[in-house]
Design a binder for this molecule. Structure first.
Ligand code: COA
Length: 159
């Protein structure tokens, strides 16, 4: 069984992430969307809130699992017997950081590879921090996140 793991902070999930989730789920048997910890970031939403926003956005799908992990990504990969990490690439600016993570993870476990999927052009300018910024000032975010979570994000972040 081909299991892909799509890790990220998802703070919060955006249409850009959902585009990757939809496309990646079509080329594997099971996609695990993993809310994980980037120690360099201070999240606005708790892990449970981020999981809930993902669940509301993705809905019930047979081959998609949504979960969280707070350790090293390669340890999670081993735990679920997955060999492939999937990541979205938005622009050249993502490349250096992503390459470093992919090489580091492969170095930690040479059975693990990272696949990159180009983000769709209409999402290439999106980021979770931009959504948080817009929401903080009460701007409309409906074009950038699923309708069912837009109000929840605004409610939590609007000053
Ligand atoms: N569309 C829109 N935005 C996207 C996107 C897409 N397809 N893909 C990524 N982004 C955005 C994210 O929203 C995020 O935006 P922000 O910086 O404004 O919050 C940014 O791009 C970076 O996202 P991502 O690549 O998912 O990185 P991350 O920092 O959210 O997550 C982890 C990185 C959690 C996956 C990584 O730190 C990790 O694996 N941690 C576990 C511990 C570990 O194993 N460490 C060693 C790894 S080398």
């Amino acid at each position: 069984m081909r299991i892909f793991v799509y890790p990220g902070s998802f703070d919060p999930v955006t249409n850009g992430h959902l585009d990757i989730i939809n496309r990646a789920s079509r080329i594997c048997d099971k996609l695990i969307v993993l809310v994980s910890v980037n120690t360099a970031k201070t999240p606005a939403f708790t892990v449970d809130e981020r999981l809930e926003l993902l669940r509301l956005s993705v809905g019930k799908r047979d081959n998609i699992e949504i979960t969280s992990f707070s350790g090293l990504l390669v340890d999670f990969m081993r735990k679920v017997n997955a060999k492939t990490i999937i990541k979205g690439l938005r622009a050249v600016s993502d490349f250096e950081y992503e390459m470093q993570m992919a090489l580091l993870n492969h170095n930690l476990d040479n059975e693990i590879d990272t696949l990159f999927m180009m983000t769709s052009i209409q999402n290439s300018f999106l980021s979770s921090s931009a959504i948080r910024d817009l929401a903080k000032y009460g701007a409309k975010i409906n074009d950038f996140v699923p309708a069912q979570i837009a109000d929840i994000i605004i409610k939590k972040l609007k000053k």
